[in-house]
Every structure is written in structure tokens, then in C-alpha cells.
Write a protein that binds this ligand. Structure first.
Ligand SMILES: O=C(O)CCC(=O)C(=O)O
Length: 293
């Protein structure tokens, strides 16, 4: 995509706000045609989940989930599951938006659809994302799309402005065991009163940087709160494979979705050429050096 379209997607003021606050809210940003496709696909997977085996890794269900009364918490890696979700994340509006913020060359990381079922769908405790899947920089961001109208009662995503510039917390309890959320002591250092709860009509979009402190309350309403989330980084930001969820991001993970792979990388302040991507098959140094002088 050229710079002309990128600059039409977001204003300078929006881009500056993202950099300053670590997040953006874009009301009713996804068009009706996409919303219909995404919601039809969501409905199909809710139907499939009714009779899915408890160990079916496509779905994360609440303990009380039954065929008659489905209670889905999350659809895992929707981009790998279905062509509609794949198009949306890998070459659709979410890709366009990621590119508008991160620049021409971007890498896709993973996706999930947090459904937060009605009448008590789980809270998400305050956390930062980057500790779950560390990268070589802090460019990763997550783009969320509310598939239904969302109000305060439904557990909208809350983000603490400017927290992306602050401390990176341990996400561990007082004994050092991983909890995936800030400890009580750490929470005292965060200005939770300033949290901005992002809501709006279906099609509203959230964008948050991987270092922003965020979380959401349980859904106490009688309506579900599906939030389709997809994560991207700059192409020259590399996931640290083997740390956290980086090795488990699904088969679409880690591909460059816009622009090209970098020819050079910088590590520890030193620049060096990056070899081509041989992940689809490497032979040997003999083969690679053959006839190359
Ligand atoms: O669904 C939400 O409200 C927040 C999701 C989130 O932060 C996550 O899944 O990492």
C-alpha cells in the first residue's frame, strides 16, 4: 500500500496520540460489509463449539459450557481457522491499520477472538502483553474490533494512558510465580483511575501498544462482547522464539504481511546483513555457496 492511503487512514493527530498515550479508539471504523462477514463467521463457530470436544484447541470454553448453553471464552487463532478471519488480519482492514501505524513493512504475530459471554463472562486482569511474547523491540501492537455494540456493563477494554512508557512489570505473584497479571503491590504504582474504557458501536476499533497496561471487567450484561484481536510488529522486530507464546502463535504467525523482510538487522547496536528466510527448507552451506563465487 502506498503512503497516500496510509495517510488517509489516520490523521497526524491520531498517530501522535497513539505514540503519546499508547492506544487509540476508532469509533465505527470497520464497514458494514466486513462486520456482516465477521459476525456470520463468528456465529458459525459458536455453533461448531456446541458439540466440540473439551480438548478441542480451537475453543476455550467456560467450565459450564454445554451444547444447549454454549459459553465460549475465546476462539484461538481465528486467522488459522477461517478464510474470512485470515483475510481480515492478513490482507484486510486490520492489516491496513497496522501498516498505517507501524510503517510499510509489518509482520503478523497472532490472533484471538475474546468472546466474553453474557451474564458473567470472565474479567481480564490488568497486564501488559510484551511479557507474554517478547520481541526485539516494543513496536508490537494489537488491533481489536468489537463485533457487537459494547457499553460499560459489558466489560469493555480499559487502558491506562501513557503506561506504555512506564515500568515493565513481572506479572508474577509475591513468590515470583507467573500469574499473567500485575500483583497487588505493582497495581498500586499504576494510575488505574485514569484508565480509559474503550467502547462503542459494533465495528469500533481499539489499538494498544504491547507495553500498555490494560484489562477488562466481567461482562455482567445479557449480551456477549466479542472482541477480535490481532497482533503485528514492525518487520524488523523479531519474536524471541522459545520465550512465552512466540513458538505457539499458529501457522500464520511470524509472516511478513505487508512490505518486505529487512535485508539488515541491528542487534546490540551493531548492524549486519540478514540472511534470506530459509524456514521453508535449508539444504547446506555447500549448496548455498555453490556457483556464487
Ligand atoms: O478481551 C479483553 O478485554 C482484553 C484482552 C487482552 O488483553 C488479552 O487477551 O491479552
Amino acid at each position: 500500500m502506498g503512503t497516500e492511503l496510509e495517510s488517509r487512514l489516520l490523521s497526524d493527530e491520531q498517530l501522535q496520540r497513539y505514540q503519546a498515550d499508547g492506544y487509540l479508539a476508532l469509533e465505527s471504523w470497520i464497514d458494514e460489509a466486513w462486520m456482516q462477514r465477521l459476525n456470520t463467521t463468528l456465529d458459525e463457530y459458536i455453533e461448531i463449539s456446541r458439540t466440540a470436544a473439551p480438548d478441542d484447541r480451537r475453543f476455550d470454553t467456560e467450565p459450564s459450557h454445554t451444547p444447549e448453553n454454549p459459553r465460549l471464552r475465546r476462539i484461538n487463532q481465528p486467522t488459522d481457522l477461517d478464510p474470512t478471519f485470515a483475510e481480515f488480519a492478513l490482507d484486510g482492514p486490520a492489516t491496513d491499520l497496522a501498516q498505517a501505524i507501524l510503517g510499510p513493512d509489518i509482520r503478523y504475530h497472532h490472533s484471538k477472538l475474546n468472546i466474553k459471554w453474557h451474564s458473567g463472562g470472565d474479567e481480564v486482569k490488568w497486564h501488559q502483553d510484551i511479557q507474554f511474547w517478547p520481541h526485539t523491540d516494543f513496536s508490537p501492537l494489537t488491533i481489536g474490533v468489537y463485533l457487537r455494540d459494547v457499553d460499560d456493563e459489558m466489560g469493555p477494554m480499559g487502558i491506562v494512558p501513557q503506561s506504555h512508557k512506564g515500568q515493565l512489570y513481572d506479572l508474577a505473584d509475591e513468590n515470583g510465580s507467573w500469574t499473567g497479571s500485575l500483583s497487588k503491590t505493582d497495581l498500586e504504582t499504576v494510575d488505574l483511575d485514569s484508565a480509559d474504557y474503550l467502547k462503542g458501536p459494533a465495528g469500533s476499533v481499539t489499538v494498544h501498544n504491547c507495553c500498555a497496561v490494560h484489562g477488562s471487567e466481567p461482562n455482567l450484561s445479557d449480551r456477549m462482547r466479542p472482541l477480535l484481536l490481532q497482533t503485528y510488529s514492525r518487520a524488523d522486530s523479531y519474536p524471541l522464539i522459545g520465550v512465552g507464546a512466540n513458538g505457539a502463535t499458529g501457522r500464520s504467525g511470524h509472516q511478513i504481511v505487508r512490505g518486505g523482510a529487512p535485508t539488515h538487522i541491528e542487534i546490540g547496536g551493531r548492524r549486519m546483513p540478514a540472511a534470506p528466510d530459509w524456514s521453508r527448507g535449508y539444504t547446506s552451506i555447500f549448496e548455498v555457496q555453490k556457483n556464487k563465487e
